[in-house]
Design a protein around this ligand. Structure first.
Ligand SMILES: [Zn+2]
Length: 257
């Protein structure tokens, strides 16, 4: 990877802090880059991507789930699921939760399924791709804790079936699933936003990547370029944890945080 250029860092953070303080309805949109410091690999990063070794349609699709629920969980337990279940929030999550408590952020829309915004204390979190906290029987609707379910499947070697016999589906949006109700709320929040800050998302996944188009102003904090950069009022091409750590320092100095 090329060395990052930090020459504009201080100036860019100042501009971000100014925008956060001036906005009346700031909404943050987070992606994989917000969780990399929590040890969750960015499945779509070039070079390191899990999907270069695995076919997403094999591991994370509705089709794969219905074809063989047992195999679906086995593959998930061997690949993308374990890092998510044990993860802890990092600076990015804690600072965003602090900004919400201080009234500077009204909502966090996240493409991540790790639940780390809630663990850090964020209250208005719209999880447009679902989450790994629970799973639900596709027949009777009974809820299950996903961590406990995965442990039970491993230890007992049984299938992911409810007491009623129905397959139990994790609470995440699989490829081929419809968008959850949280997406409608995300659209409303984006349309209300006078400022949307994109954090750690390359904006490649449909339809969540269209949300910044609805906001009045957009700021992008992502290492790679995104489609919305051309209309962004500010771009911060640095790691999210560096940026939000610096933002928190500035706001504390201003006695805002
Ligand atoms: Zn059931």
């Amino acid at each position: 990877m090329e060395a990052l250029d930090y020459r504009g860092f201080e100036r860019d953070v100042t501009a971000l802090v100014d925008a956060l303080v001036q906005a009346s309805h700031c909404v943050v949109l987070t992606g994989a880059g917000a969780s990399t410091d929590s040890g969750i690999p960015d499945f779509r990063s070039p070079g390191t991507g899990l999907w270069e070794r695995l076919d997403p349609m094999e591991t994370m699709s509705v089709h794969a789930f219905w074809q063989d629920p047992g195999r679906f969980y086995r593959l998930a337990s061997e690949t993308w699921l374990p890092p998510l279940l044990g993860a802890r929030p990092n600076t990015v999550h804690y600072v965003l939760a602090g900004l919400e408590a201080a009234g500077l952020v009204k909502a966090v829309i996240t493409q991540n399924i790790d639940g780390l915004h809630q663990k850090a204390g964020s209250r208005r979190v719209l999880e447009v791709h679902g989450h790994v906290r629970s799973a639900r029987c596709t027949r009777c609707g009974r809820h299950y804790d996903l961590t406990a379910l995965v442990q039970r499947l491993r230890q007992a070697g049984i299938g992911p079936y409810c007491t009623c016999g129905g397959p139990i589906k994790p609470g995440i949006v699989l490829f081929g699933d419809p968008m959850p109700p949280a997406f409608e709320d995300a659209v409303s929040e984006a349309a209300r936003a006078d400022l949307m800050v994109v954090v750690g998302s390359s904006l490649t996944v449909d339809p969540a990547n269209s949300l910044p188009a609805l906001a009045q102003q957009v700021i992008v904090n992502n290492l790679q370029p995104t489609w919305v950069d051309g209309r962004a009022v500010l771009r911060l091409p640095y790691p999210a944890s560096r940026v939000w750590h610096a933002v928190a320092d500035r706001l504390r100095a201003l006695s805002i945080l």
